[in-house]
Design a protein around this ligand. Structure first.
Ligand SMILES: Nc1ncnc2c1ncn2[C@@H]1O[C@H](COP(=O)(O)OP(=O)(O)OP(=O)(O)O)[C@@H](O)[C@H]1O
Ligand SMILES: [Mg+2]
Length: 288
């Protein structure tokens, strides 16, 4: 474990020839329990499998799920950073298929309610990590808190997950409205999870699209759908990410979603953009 952490640290220290600035994505929902963590993890693994450099950040700080879904117990989590024990790059853990992740850990309740000096350290170190990855994906906890909103409003793209249940769609719309009122630009990509059929998935997306258009004059984009599949609870129980079983319908859906994501390149980022994630986050954190 120590050796693995050491090797990873070395890798992170070796800068790419061409520094990247990661594209940042937040996976959110209105209602809890709709499948955000399962989606985030399996989407991140599928992207890594295709050769992308991906960092998954479990933002359900204090109640981290990614470690549990992986059947792993990471040596470090974000809690160690905020306890000032470790630097951010030292808490990155290696997951399956080349995925890197930062575990949410347990026992931290004061999510990011920390002093300015530590928050500065966080944004500085995050900036450095962003030069190593192509994608940084934040798996957000259910609902929004003042702190998680800072992250959500700073990302390049938002993936909004809903199930076909009317309560889930209504809550997804409320979430969309809440974010839209504060940021009219950020693209919303919709994932319908637990669709009972293709038609069910399309209808769910259309319902959300229509209300967003009608009441907010806002467009949302379909990223894809994942069928309701018993392979998912079975994988959760075994603590193995569901895409590891490549034959499951859910696994195939994830491949389609990643193909769709790569093909559309929803947000064309400027290589020299100056106002990226960390700048925005700093603005939210320190202009209080
Ligand atoms: N497509 C699916 N088919 C069947 N079951 C599913 C599917 N997606 C998720 N589930 C089940 O739903 C449960 C909740 O999923 P998950 O933990 O990913 O949700 P979440 O949105 O991250 O929850 P929270 O809001 O608490 O963070 C899982 O235990 C999983 O078994
Ligand atoms: Mg979750």
């Amino acid at each position: 474990m120590k050796d693995q952490a050491e090797a990873l640290r070395k890798k992170l220290l070796q800068k790419e020839q061409k520094p990247m600035i990661a594209k940042t994505l937040a996976v959110v929902s209105g209602k809890g329990g709709v499948g955000k963590s399962n989606f985030s993890l399996n989407f991140a693994i599928t992207l890594s499998k295709k050769g992308h450099k991906v960092l998954l950040f479990d933002m359900d700080v204090g109640m981290g799920n990614i470690d549990i879904l992986l059947g792993n117990s990471s040596q470090y989590s974000i809690v160690d950073f905020f306890d000032e024990q470790e630097s951010l790059k030292d808490i990155v853990t290696e997951g399956p298929n080349g995925l890197h992740y930062i575990a949410g850990g347990t026992g931290l309740s004061r999510l990011f309610k920390v002093e300015e000096r530590l928050m500065n350290k966080f944004t500085e170190e995050l900036s450095a990590l962003f030069e190593y990855y192509e994608y940084v994906i934040f798996d957000m906890g259910a609902g929004v808190t003042e702190e998680s909103l800072h992250f959500i409003l700073s990302v390049d793209e938002i993936i909004l997950v809903t199930t076909p249940e009317p309560t889930s769609v209504t809550d997804a719309y409320s979430m969309l409205k809440h974010i839209h009122m504060l940021n009219e630009q950020v693209p919303f990509l919709i994932v319908v999870n637990r669709a009972l059929s293709e038609e069910d998935g399309v209808q769910t997306f259309n319902r959300l699209k229509m209300v967003a258009r009608r009441f907010l004059d806002r467009e949302v984009k379909p990223l894809g759908m994942i069928p309701d599949d018993r392979a998912i609870p079975a994988a959760v129980k075994k603590q193995v990410p569901f895409v590891i079983n490549e034959k499951s319908a859910a696994s195939k859906a994830l491949i389609q979603i990643v193909d769709m994501y790569e093909k559309h390149n929803f947000t064309e980022l400027q290589p020299a953009r100056t106002f990226h994630f960390v700048s925005k986050l700093k603005q939210f954190l320190f202009e209080r």
